[in-house]
Design a protein around this ligand. Structure first.
Ligand SMILES: Nc1ncnc2c1ncn2[C@@H]1O[C@H](COP(=O)(O)OP(=O)(O)O)[C@@H](O)[C@H]1O
Ligand SMILES: [Mg+2]
Length: 254
């Protein structure tokens, strides 16, 4: 199963991705959690020590070794399909059944960057989505730019996180538009930080046909964990029940 999580900044993508990853790991899946958001912080949400975890986009030697060109060079010749199948095991860091891979950011050049580092990330994303066997959860930015055309078709579900507020709904609509171009059909929404039934109704009324598969209520535990710089506890009953329901709806038969 491959799940990509997108949505406006700050809505709760990383929190939801990390909770789902930890939930499925507990259920016995080998989970690969991919941090594909340039503002990378999935590691801390998973409780994974970031020391020495270098984003793949900034591994200059690796990029050179695999593509045959130095990062940042544009227009030269390099391999568009570098070898990547060994990278998830080599470069990830594991904790409690969740392995984290940090993709990093590729600075965009004018007219769309075709540079060695973006070629490597593209190849790696396709590998993860199309060939990787275990459960993959990708914490994306709103742009879902890492997903190329063919790659997106290997994603089982794109989850768009929304919060009670108009801007996150607007972003959700834009993300859904992009998915049509990419051939990604299974799009669902999860609401986060919901405090009242009215807020849930607001979201339902404004999602414009995007299926709402669950609600992660506003949680004091999640808020406290953030202040204390630790992952929120999955044993918090309110969190566990919400995540369990969302996970059930996202599983392929659900
Ligand atoms: N359900 C929730 N209840 C309370 N706080 C939340 C909830 N979901 C996310 N947050 C808080 O909102 C902030 C942004 O969450 P985060 O998951 O980092 O968003 P994103 O990855 O979309 O930018 C964090 O401080 C996080 O602790
Ligand atoms: Mg995030």
């Amino acid at each position: 199963m491959k799940i990509a999580v997108s949505g406006k900044g700050g809505v709760g993508k990383t929190t939801l991705s990390s909770l789902l990853a930890r939930y499925w790991a507990r259920k016995g899946y080998r989970v690969l959690a991919v941090d594909a958001d340039p503002d990378a912080n999935l590691g801390s949400a998973l409780g994974i020590d970031p020391t020495g975890l270098v984003p793949i986009a900034s591994m200059n030697e690796l990029i050179f070794e695999r593509t045959g060109a130095h990062p940042g060079t544009v227009g030269g010749f390099f391999k568009l399909n570098p070898k990547v199948d060994d990278l998830p095991d080599a470069l990830g860091r594991e904790k409690d059944g969740v392995r984290l891979l940090v993709m990093g950011t590729v600075k965009k050049g004018g007219g769309g960057c075709i540079c060695p580092e973006s070629a490597l990330l593209k190849a790696l994303m396709s590998h993860l989505v199309l060939y990787h066997k275990d459960l993959v959860i990708m914490d994306m930015e709103a742009g879902i730019e890492h997903l190329g055309r063919g790659t997106a078709q290997g994603v089982d579900r794109l989850v768009i996180v929304v919060e009670p507020g108009r801007r996150s709904i607007e972003t959700a609509a834009k993300v859904r538009e992009l998915t049509a171009d990419l051939g990604l059909e299974r799009v669902a929404a999860v609401a986060s930080k919901v405090r009242t039934p009215d807020q849930a109704r607001f979201l339902l009324a404004n999602l414009d046909g995007i299926e709402l598969v669950g609600i992660l209520p506003f949680s004091e535990e999640i808020a406290a964990a953030d202040l204390e710089n630790r992952p929120p506890s999955l044993d918090d009953p309110e969190i566990y029940q919400a995540v369990e329901k969302i996970a059930a709806r996202l599983e392929p038969e659900g």
